[in-house]
Design a protein around this ligand. Structure first.
Ligand SMILES: [Zn+2]
Length: 84
């Protein structure tokens, strides 16, 4: 039995990683939220998640309020990996 994860690309740095190491998000109307199983999703790697310049770039790209977006990503990162 293989236990491999598909390789996905981070939208911020375009690096490729196994899917399980990436944060999965989606856009609903004008808001970026955690992927909930439906619709189109995209991925963000942990390096970008922790890179303020990348996060700022993304908040502009998706027209998110920067402060809120930072808080949202931080919460998501913590939630996904509580031991980190
Ligand atoms: Zn990245």
């Amino acid at each position: 039995m293989k236990n491999r994860h598909p390789i996905r690309m981070c939208i911020a740095c375009r690096s490729r990683y196994p899917q399980n190491t990436l944060i999965r998000l989606k856009q609903v109307a004008k808001e970026i939220i955690a992927f909930d199983g439906t619709g189109r999703s995209f991925y963000l790697c942990r390096e970008c998640l922790e890179n303020p310049r990348k996060v700022e770039g993304l908040s502009k790209r998706f027209r998110q309020d920067k402060e809120k977006f930072v808080v949202f990503l931080r919460a998501l990162a913590t939630e996904t990996n509580p031991c980190d």
